[in-house]
Write a protein that binds this ligand. Structure first.
Ligand SMILES: *Cc1c(COP(=O)(O)O)cnc(C)c1O
Length: 363
């Protein structure tokens, strides 16, 4: 057969044959391109995963009841209001397939999380991206873009890659105006970082789980990939109305979470020391790096996360290539519609010092 084009589905065609991302060849480089934790996995999770290996001949509990109960208790919601998945990106895919189809649409901002276009396309729906406002989400423009066929609004808060934050009051106002046929996905992948910075700055960041307790039309997404340092293990969860969660859970593949991943997440929830270590160091490093960058003439705002977007004033792919030659991997943001910006993860002190030197010689 020459081509499978005639055989595959509409969604596979529109994604194209080259949709897979190529792996980062990062050996020996300082990897600041994927917002992974530079403080390693939770040590408690490591111990729990090693123990779980002993029973890896057994299938996992299908819908991760112990983990869902633990998360429910932590957040003051019911276990039926939680679904866990193989990372939040996998859950985004299932949520899209639960609510979207041909003829329907989802809305988000330009320059937001890279998975929103992909999961919407895979569900054969249309993604409306409203322009950025002050490097962040324009909630009024999103409200205006909602029509009878809209089912999802994706809000990354804080946003990746711009790093902007919406505070709790603006989400409250927004939700009050969203019509009942629309589910708002509150993607809080950077929750722990944002909460930490918000406390320091006297801002109320988020009370998203309260919306779940009130049975509002929201799905709150959290992940173990960032502050908990478990990006390679793949655990995320969504919390929302029990009925909607049950539809999502039905569409998920069976055994969505391995025994190893369940054990890791259960242990990582309790590893407050590890999370605090990551958050404290991240905050120290953000101050250091922001000061350096501002001193070099870059216009950067205080971060709410573990990364910073930097406007470099030239084609950022070339810029990233030069940084790579110096030994540092960063993310050029052309694919997000920001061709002159890069996104850099906050590293450990020595990594950030190295990055600043590389930046000085690459520009
Ligand atoms: C990193 C990130 C995620 C997390 O994805 P996982 O699949 O859980 O690793 C989700 N949303 C945003 C906006 C992110 O930046």
């Amino acid at each position: 057969m020459d081509t499978f084009f005639d055989l595959v589905t509409e969604s596979a065609r529109s994604a194209g044959p080259n949709a897979k991302t190529t792996p980062d060849q990062s050996s020996g480089l300082i990897k600041l391109n994927a917002n992974e934790s530079v403080y390693g996995p939770s040590p408690r999770a490591l111990t729990a995963m090693r123990a779980a290996l002993e029973n890896s001949n057994l299938y996992p509990d299908n819908d991760s009841p112990t983990l869902r109960e633990k998360l429910a208790k932590k957040h003051g919601v019911l276990p039926q209001q939680i679904v866990v998945g193989n990372g939040t990106t996998a859950l985004l895919g299932v949520i899209a397939r639960t609510l979207l189809q041909s003829g329907r649409n989802a809305i988000t901002s330009a320059c937001s999380f890279i998975s929103y276009p992909a999961v919407t396309q895979t569900a054969c729906a249309r993604l409306i991206e409203v322009p950025l406002l002050d490097r962040g989400f324009d909630l009024d423009a999103i409200l205006k873009a909602i029509d009878a066929n809209t089912r999802i609004v994706f809000l990354a808060n804080p946003n990746n890659p711009t790093g902007s934050l919406l505070d709790a009051a603006s989400i409250d106002l927004f939700l009050a105006k969203v019509p009942q046929h629309v589910i708002v996905v509150l993607d809080e992948a950077y929750f722990d970082y944002a909460q930490y910075f918000a406390q320091k700055r006297g801002v109320e960041y988020s009370h998203a789980l309260e919306y779940v307790r009130e049975n509002r039309n929201v799905l709150v997404l959290r992940t173990f990939s960032k502050a908990h340092g478990l990006a390679g293990v793949r655990v995320g969860y969504a919390s929302g109305p029990a009925e909607l969660i049950s539809y999502v859970a039905q569409l998920q593949e069976v055994f969505a979470l391995s025994t190893i991943a369940q054990a890791a997440a259960l242990a990582a929830i309790d590893d407050e020391d590890h999370i605090k270590h990551a958050l404290d160091n991240n905050a120290d490093q953000s101050e250091w790096l922001e000061q350096k960058l501002n001193g070099m003439g870059y216009d950067v705002l205080p971060t709410w996360t573990n990364f910073i977007a930097i406007e470099v004033g030239e084609d950022s792919r070339d810029f990233a290539r030069r940084l790579r030659k110096q030994g540092v991997l960063v993310r050029p943001l052309g694919a997000w519609g920001a061709p002159t910006s890069i996104r850099v993860t906050l590293g450990r002190p020595e990594q950030n010092q190295f990055f600043v030197q590389a930046l000085a010689s690459a520009r």
